[in-house]
Design a protein around this ligand. Structure first.
Ligand SMILES: [Zn+2]
Length: 125
């Protein structure tokens, strides 16, 4: 008897380069190039070129800020549209941290509590 099967459509995560992460990477490269250029101008032309060097530095930092803001706007728009986005939205946010059940201190290792010294019982699976 011949083995038969049906074609079943199934959802899966399609990986692609997110524009917001590309913009963030370009922003980092831009600020690195700006810092290197500012230092190079200062080394080659000396102290009289300090204004030029500082303007290159400030310009690259403002360029970084602009590109990061653009990436943030894309992340926020994707979050509003309930789409997946790369990176994190800046600002404070809630996160889960392990705490001691005895003294409520934040745990720094999996073996014992640094605050009260209680030995931690591994979670049962
Ligand atoms: Zn404790």
């Amino acid at each position: 008897m011949e083995l038969t099967a049906h074609s079943i459509p199934k959802r899966r995560q399609a990986k692609s380069l997110a524009l917001e992460s590309l913009i963030g990477a370009v922003a980092m490269v831009s600020v690195l190039i700006g810092v290197v250029a500012a230092v190079a101008v200062l080394i080659f032309f000396g102290f009289p070129a300090i204004v030029t060097s500082l303007s290159i530095l400030v310009g690259s930092l403002l360029n970084w800020l602009f590109l990061q803001s653009l990436a943030e706007i894309i992340r926020l728009l994707k979050k509003i549209a309930k789409l997946d986005y790369a990176g994190v939205i800046s600002g404070s946010h809630m996160e889960m941290v392990p705490t001691c059940s005895h003294c409520d201190a934040t745990l720094r290792n999996d073996v014992y509590c640094d605050q009260c010294g209680a030995r931690l019982i591994p979670p049962s699976v």
